[in-house]
Design a protein around this ligand. Structure first.
Ligand code: SF4
Ligand code: SF4
Length: 351
């Protein structure tokens, strides 16, 4: 019975989306994520981007124009990611404008530039701030290749709470290099944030060259067991890139369920104005659905993303076609597919 409801929830999202499309009313994405810069003051070993200052970025004026376009199209949430978004001088002005127009707003930051001085403005303009912390003290500094970064990030959590930011989320990428610090990270998040979101390394960008960052079967089992056993009075979420977890799924995803919303509920505007399913998907022709320099957002959303919306699963990996969990999983995370890491059930030996 439980499984029936799980399948029904996922199917309902896709079926209602496609029914509306057939009636000529493509539902707007709930969330648009803007990759505002690839510049970064850190050099994290697990970074999914190659942070680089050479790319041309969308201007403030273009973003103000786009915010109006997204708002009138019906987008509800506007979130900013990077690189490090606070390296752009206009990021908070753009978020303030988004908030004023009526978006629910989000910001992902490494916390280095959050201070007592700007925390008030951040709290006023951003509904949910994600601060990345990957280890306690020296571990964090080593993974981020930036000394002093742990102190700054932990302080960012505190000053954002002090200034009553609506939601402060600590985010951590777990790899074999920090797996032993789960307890310390949990305590830090619990004391200083409203929730903790855990992800694992994506095989893209700088991290694509670091095989030692991928968790082994035993390590992945340890991580999922840890999450499953956390008390229910503090929210611990697992990022979606691990996909469907087989019989562990309901234990780990206690308050949500795996569903990749790319191309259905969300999309990403890249630094150059090209639109793709999510920030983690590489900005290569295979994943680009349109270019805001040539087309409106509505045109791109309504005419692109065909493979994401296919109820017949035409683009899923061959090994998924006969899988009994296909309706629940839909082939896992597309980014993880790039290195054949998409089947967490297989990685855990749960087939
Ligand atoms: S085989 Fe494919 S559809 Fe089945 S659980 Fe693994 S990734 Fe998901
Ligand atoms: S492609 Fe992967 S990382 Fe991107 S939204 Fe889907 S599950 Fe998440």
């Amino acid at each position: 019975m439980f499984r029936f409801f799980e399948e029904a929830k996922r199917k309902a999202i896709l079926v209602s989306f496609n029914s509306m499309r057939r009636l000529g009313k493509t539902p707007a994405p709930k969330t648009v994520v803007w990759e505002c810069t690839l510049a970064c003051n850190m050099q994290c070993v697990h970074c999914g981007a190659y942070s680089n200052k050479k790319f041309k970025e969308l201007s403030t004026e273009k973003m103000f124009f786009l915010l109006d376009e997204l708002s009138s199209y019906g987008v509800e949430r506007f979130a900013v990611t990077g690189g490090e978004p606070l390296l752009r001088k206009d990021t908070l002005d753009i978020l303030a404008r988004a908030k004023k127009i009526g978006f629910s707003t989000g910001l992902s930051t490494n916390g280095f530039f959050v201070s007592d001085e700007n925390a008030r403005k951040i709290a006023d303009s951003v509904d949910s701030v994600q601060v990345s912390i990957d280890g306690i003290g020296r571990t964090h500094d080593l993974l981020r290749r930036k000394s002093g970064s742990f102190i700054k990030a932990a302080n960012a959590l505190r000053v954002l709470k002090k200034h009553n930011c609506k939601q402060v989320c600590m985010t951590s990428i777990i790899s074999p290099l920090n797996l032993d610090e789960l307890n310390g990270l949990y305590d830090l998040a619990r004391q200083n944030a409203d929730l903790w979101r855990i992800g694992t390394v994506m095989p893209i960008g700088r991290a694509s060259k670091n095989n030692e960052l991928i968790l082994s079967r035993e390590q992945l089992t340890k991580l999922l067991k840890f999450i499953a056993e956390t008390p229910s009075d503090f929210l611990v979420l697992l990022g979606e890139n691990l996909g469907y977890l087989g019989k562990l799924d309901s234990l780990v995803h206690k308050r949500d369920f795996f569903f990749c919303g790319a191309g259905i509920l969300s999309c990403c505007i890249g630094i150059d104005g090209k639109v793709r399913g999510c920030p983690e998907l590489p900005s290569t022709s295979e994943f680009i659905e349109g270019d805001l320099a040539k087309d409106s957002f509505a045109d791109i959303w309504e005419n692109g993303f065909r493979d994401y919306r296919n109820e017949a699963f035409s683009k899923i990996p061959d090994d998924c076609i006969s899988c009994s969990d296909l309706d629940l999983c839909r082939g896992g995370c597309q980014v993880m597919r790039l290195r054949n890491l998409h089947c967490t059930k297989k990685r855990l030996g749960l087939e």
